[in-house]
Design a protein around this ligand. Sequence first.
Ligand SMILES: [Zn+2]
Length: 183
Amino acid sequence: MKLTMFLVAALLVALSLACSKVNNPRTATESTASAVSPDSGTDSNSERGKKMPEKIIKTDEEWREQLTDEQYYVTREKGTERAFTGQYYDLHEEGTFLCIGCGNELFGSDTKFDSGTGWPSFWSPITKEAVKIETDNSYGMRRIEVLCSRCDAHLGHLFDDGPAPTHLRYCINSVALKFDKKK
Ligand SMILES: [Zn+2]
């Protein structure tokens, strides 16, 4: 009985979090957009901005149809694959890592490094615009969440213990990625 009560409470908290998340990103993007986007920005930045791909929005049903159970669990339910089980943490080939949900180019093999964590790790995304960063307070931890900027797929988390030059570590689930080997 106690357990049921707890589950109901947890569900309510999750629901209210989900609701607040719907509103927050929009206001956040709007305010950053107005703060960062004046034309006085550097040329390379505004050029990149123009290439911003169309946003992809699908229903849960459509995602379930398109993705495997594990891909759905990680990218749509913000799950985490078990360390050292993914297909890319130990991959050392040249190429590009795309979003499993929408094919957005996310990370290049040139910024991939061996973190020893058992998850593919990168010190930078392919462009700043490729990913989206949000605060994740789930599981009683305050972490920085990394999402695909195009389809909002949960990719992994961002830590500040990476190597030079950025000292960042984008800790990404293999199942959220699709490797496109350099030809
Ligand atoms: Zn995506």
